[in-house]
Every structure is written in C-alpha cells, then in structure tokens.
Design a protein around this ligand. Structure first.
Ligand SMILES: NC(=O)c1ccc[n+]([C@@H]2O[C@H](COP(=O)([O-])OP(=O)(O)OC[C@H]3O[C@@H](n4cnc5c(N)ncnc54)[C@H](OP(=O)(O)O)[C@@H]3O)[C@@H](O)[C@H]2O)c1
Length: 326
C-alpha cells in the first residue's frame, strides 16, 4: 500500500469542502489497471456532485469523471493494457487524484498524435458532442440547430463539429467576449442571452420557422423558451442543468407547441459498453486529428486548487475546456 494525493469531499457544500488529502493506494486488483494522471478534466458534473444536485454514492467522495495518464501497473487478469500505455477515460468517479486504480473497460488508448492534456480536456465533453450531434439527433446539412452555452466546454466543441456536419449553427452565450469566441468556433449566429431575448433572436434568424433541434444544458433559466424556439415536430434535448433543474415540465407542453419530441440524455448510457465507448472515442479522435475540431484548453489549475476552478466554472468565468494538473 502506498499513498497518493486526491481532492476529497467529506460533506456536500461550496467549493471549500474540496480538500487536498493523502489517500491510500493499493496495488491494482487482478482485473484492474493503475494509472498516473497527467491531467484531469473539469466538468459541470463535478459541481453537481459537490453541491448535492446529484447524490454522491458515498462519503467521503473523490469526484471527477475524466482524466488521461499513463498505465503504471496492471492486474494479473488484464490482457488489453500494459505498463506505459497512454490512456484516457470519461466514465469513472475518482478522477481528482494523482494516481488511481480503475476498471480497464472504461479506458481507451490515446492515439500518438493526441497529447494526454488534450485527451483529458476532451474525452467527456467531446464524446458528449459526438452522441448529441450524431445519435440523439442526426445533424446534417439540412439541420438548423440551437446550442446554448456555445462558448463553454461542450459548446465550443459542438459548434465546430456541427459546422463540419454542414448544419446551420445558432448559439447563445453570456457575454460579448464569449459571443466572439463562439463565432470563431463554428457558430453562424450567436445571441448574447444576457442582454438579448434569445427566442426573438432565433425567430429572426430562422425567419419565424424555428429550429430543428435545441441542445439545452442550462435548464431552469432557458425553460420553456427553448421549447418555443422549435419548429413543429422539433427535438428538445435537455442535457444539463447549469442554472438549476427544469421544473413544471409536462407532456402537454410538447403537444401545445406542435408535436415536439423531448429527451434527457446522458453520455454514460451512450458509452455503456466497451464497443460503444470505442466507437464514440474513435469518432472524436478522427474529428480532432482531421483538425475539424480544435480543443481549447483555456484554463489550467493545479489539482489542489480545484475549489477555485469550481468557483470559476459556476460563476461563468471559464470558456472552452479546463484542466486540473495533479
Ligand atoms: N448529459 C450529458 O451527457 C452531459 C455531458 C457533459 C456535459 N453536460 C452538461 O453540459 C453543460 C456544459 O458542461 P461544461 O462542463 O462544458 O460546462 P460549460 O458549458 O463550460 O459551463 C457552463 C456554462 O453554462 C452557462 N450558464 C448559464 N447559466 C448558468 C448558471 N446559472 N450558472 C453557471 N453557468 C451557467 C455559462 O455560459 P454563459 O455565460 O455563456 O451562459 C457557463 O459557462 C453542463 O450543464 C453539463 O452538466 C451534459
């Protein structure tokens, strides 16, 4: 048994509950792999666990789902990975740590051309963009879509990817600086929804027709206006709740607005099996290697300052992706 460092919370609460502590690290079990993290990805999901919006499975808890690093030891029953492999993952709690043991079924090997930092920054957010645009709703050249929080981690990747698929891409962002950034990353139109009514903006841009699909990760603050942005039989994809959970949703709201569809998807059901994970990750690696999507690592913090990173994410100070370095 050795010790390593991790950000742990013993109770739910503000960013101050995150504590940088020594934690024990056992040798990997027969079916496990041990990794040393090069970088850890920051996600809104980590905030949901810390605040209790999503229930942590146990306390104390090490949050974080996304990281990349190097394999340092393998259990006796592991055949797919070897010491020295460069790996990344987006679906295993406990990423806010310097080293850890992990179930290899959640790992993918990182291609040589992609740095571990880029992998840590993009696995969760990039695979989310992948399934949202290619599976939840099949985006193509005919598609007109609205993507909220266009300058955020998922948003900057999704804008570039949707443009590569040929869509007309409308975004929203909370400041003029973010609007400019989104316009450089695939968005054809970006509405500053802090100063403008985004519903009116979408109606104007689409000549009153509405969009085919709305990707909404804001939740409470953009509901139900996001539904009103859709054309009849359009698709409402509610994939997050950065401003709080949607309340008072009823199926009748879909009927009143013209036979709408609605889904509340999660990446983790789209990458639940190793073949699904590999297909999703490979699509992401391809689009990044072809330079159709660039990954913007716009903030980097030491892992021990994850609390400060959470504050910046929650107060809308970040753009693009954010890394925590152990
Ligand atoms: N379901 C899934 O599979 C899945 C997977 C990954 C991420 N997500 C969701 O996708 C969203 C984006 O995740 P991310 O990690 O890339 O974060 P992010 O977009 O980089 O950050 C969240 C952004 O939301 C906007 N926002 C609007 N109202 C807000 C409020 N009251 N508080 C905080 N932010 C607010 C802010 O941008 P503006 O200032 O421009 O408004 C902020 O920068 C999150 O809701 C996350 O939960 C879902």
């Amino acid at each position: 048994m050795t010790t390593t460092k991790a950000m742990v919370f013993h109770e739910i609460g503000g960013p101050e509950v995150l504590k940088f502590e020594d934690v024990e690290l056992a040798p990997p079990g027969p079916g496990e792999v041990q990794i040393r993290h090069a970088a850890v990805g920051l996600n809104f999901l980590d905030v949901y666990y810390r605040t209790g919006a999503y229930k942590a499975p146990h306390l104390p808890f090490i949050t974080g789902r996304e990281a990349a690093g190097t394999v340092t030891a393998v259990g006796s029953a592991v055949t797919d990975f070897a010491i020295g492999d460069r790996v990344a993952y987006a679906n295993s709690d406990g990423a806010y740590s310097a080293e850890r043991n992990i179930d290899p079924s959640v790992l993918v090997k990182v291609p040589d051309e992609i740095s571990l930092e880029t992998a840590a920054a993009m696995m969760l957010k990039g695979m989310t963009a992948q399934y949202l645009l290619n599976q939840t709703f099949k985006v193509g050249p005919q598609t007109v879509l609205l993507f909220h929080a266009a300058a955020g981690g998922v948003g900057l990747i999704a804008g570039q990817w949707a443009k590569a698929l040929g869509a007309t891409v409308i975004g929203t962002a909370g400041s003029d600086e973010k609007v400019r950034l989104a316009l450089q990353h695939g968005y054809d139109h970006v509405i500053n929804y802090s100063t403008e009514n985004f519903l009116e903006g979408v109606r104007e841009i689409t000549g009153g027709r509405g969009v085919d699909v709305v990707y909404d990760s804001i939740g409470r603050d953009t509901f139900p206006q996001s539904l009103d942005c859709l054309k009849p039989r359009g698709m409402f994809v509610a994939f997050g709740q950065s401003s709080g959970a949607i309340e008072n949703f009823s199926l009748g709201m879909l009927a009143q607005r013209g036979s709408l569809f609605a889904t509340r998807p999660s990446l983790f059901t789209y990458i639940a099996t190793p073949p699904e994970l590999r297909a999703c990750a490979n699509a992401l690696f391809d689009v990044v290697r072809s330079n159709k999507v660039r990954i913007n690592i716009n903030q980097t913090y030491p892992l021990r300052e994850a609390g400060r990173a959470h504050t910046d994410l929650e107060t809308r100070k970040t753009t693009g992706t954010t890394l925590l370095i152990p």
